[in-house]
Design a binder for this molecule. Structure first.
Ligand code: 0GY
Length: 307
């Protein structure tokens, strides 16, 4: 790259990732996958996108893989963050240096060429992300998203959707018209001060119930909780319900390096120790952390579920 090294100033108040997370008490099963995490830059090598809504701290692939090993995980699914726009170079570079232990979810534009799409596939990308969170991206028209959906479908990719619970009624029909597997980030960001069997979360449960192509990440207690760390007790009933009702369609991830947190930065061990509170048996933990993400991201290695 012959661009001049860019320097980036973090968004004021930006919380950096925890420098020395402790060792979790929970030991993940062999082969566990952190299925939602990001890399940020480093900005000097992989500049942040001009259209971004925030400028993060750097969070490199080496730092991500050190965390993976420290927490007892084997693999990562790296999700393109909005601060990199549709420039997937940092993501592709991270996958390329993972020894086959990372796959990716990219952001693309409908005008991407077949060659570039095939190159992302060869690099280990297995999905695209559609982001509907208004503070993160400008509103996305539906037609180009549908066009992307039909371009990626022949590759066997899926679509990751990110939205907040109040937006679901309006987006519901569009989501159910998507022609691929669909993975919902962070359970559709429920308001956990509302009842777990109340109308807002029931709509999300209905989406999952009536559409077998839908999966959910039971992620981000640190983002959703009002009670806060280290137990995030108010989020647990929501995540536990999703794990128990849809044990074969749930994924878990750290969300490292935790973009846009305002209240606190978690010790990542707290997030790992949240797992046995939402997946309460070894069988559920095996599905959540190994079988499900392997089926979606490494199907060629997936040997079928241990029952
Ligand atoms: C997340 C959440 C957030 C940010 C992004 O792409 C992003 O910028 O994903 C957020 O601010 O809620 O999934 O990590």
């Amino acid at each position: 790259m012959n661009e001049r090294a860019a320097t980036f100033e973090k968004t004021p108040g930006w919380l950096d990732w925890h420098p020395r997370p402790s060792k979790p008490g929970f030991v993940p099963p062999p082969g566990a996958v952190d299925a939602h995490c990001h890399v940020f830059g480093p900005g000097a090598k992989f500049p942040f996108a001009p259209e971004r809504k925030y400028t993060p701290c750097d969070a490199s692939k080496d730092q991500l893989y050190a965390l993976r090993d420290h927490l007892g995980f084997s693999r990562n699914v790296i999700v393109q963050a909005t601060c990199h726009g549709s420039d997937n170079r940092a993501l592709v570079d991270a996958i390329a240096h993972s020894n086959g232990r990372a796959r990716g979810v990219a952001s693309i534009k409908p005008e991407i060429s077949d060659d570039d799409l095939n190159a992302l596939n060869a690099a280990g990308v297995r999905g695209v992300r559609f982001n509907f969170v208004k503070r993160l991206v400008d509103a996305l028209p539906r037609e180009p998203l549908m066009e992307i959906a039909s371009r990626i479908r022949p590759l066997g990719w899926h679509i990751v959707i990110y939205f907040e619970a109040p937006e679901l009624p309006e987006l519901y029909d569009f989501f159910t018209s998507l022609p691929t597997p669909v993975v919902v980030d962070h359970m559709g960001r429920p308001d956990v001060s509302k009842p777990v069997h109340g109308p807002e979360f029931e709509l999300f449960i209905k989406l999952m119930c009536e559409n077998e192509n839908f999966w959910s990440k039971v992620t981000c207690p640190e983002r959703l909780s009002n009670e806060g760390p280290p137990h995030y007790a108010d989020v647990a009933p929501f995540a536990r319900r999703v794990v128990e009702e849809f044990p074969d369609r749930v994924l878990w991830g750290t969300d490292w390096p935790h973009p846009n947190l305002k209240s606190h930065m978690p010790d990542d061990a707290w997030l790992v120790d949240f797992i046995p509170r939402i997946a309460t048996t070894p069988q559920l933990q095996q599905k959540l952390l190994v079988d499900n993400p392997m089926r979606l991201y490494w199907p060629e290695e997936h040997k079928g579920e241990a029952q």
